[in-house]
Design a protein around this ligand. Structure first.
Ligand SMILES: [Zn+2]
Length: 93
């Protein structure tokens, strides 16, 4: 799947940036910064890992907007399944 540069959520626009130094500076491969409406993804990973991290951070953002409290393993389970659904679907209806 193609990771977008911008994604709309709830009337807001979240910017998505690839960051080659994220893991060094933040000790994470993905980050959602609500105050900046920005998702950062470590850039030097395999494509499918970047996709999964992007979707994970998207779910993080949705939880912030929705004031939904999931523990991290629930959130990651959602992200893994959404990633598979979005990358294994065929055709269009
Ligand atoms: Zn997370």
């Amino acid at each position: 799947m193609e990771i977008p540069h911008k994604v709309r959520m709830g009337g807001h626009t979240i910017t998505v940036v690839m960051d080659p130094k994220l893991a060094q500076t933040e000790d994470a491969v993905g980050l959602y910064e609500h105050e900046r409406l920005r998702i950062r993804v470590q850039s030097d990973m395999l494509q499918t890992l970047k996709e999964e991290v992007f979707i994970h951070e998207l779910v993080e953002a949705a939880c912030v907007f929705g004031e939904i409290e999931l523990d991290h393993s629930q959130l990651q389970t959602l992200a893994v399944h959404l990633h598979q659904a979005l990358t294994s679907s065929e055709g269009s209806s």
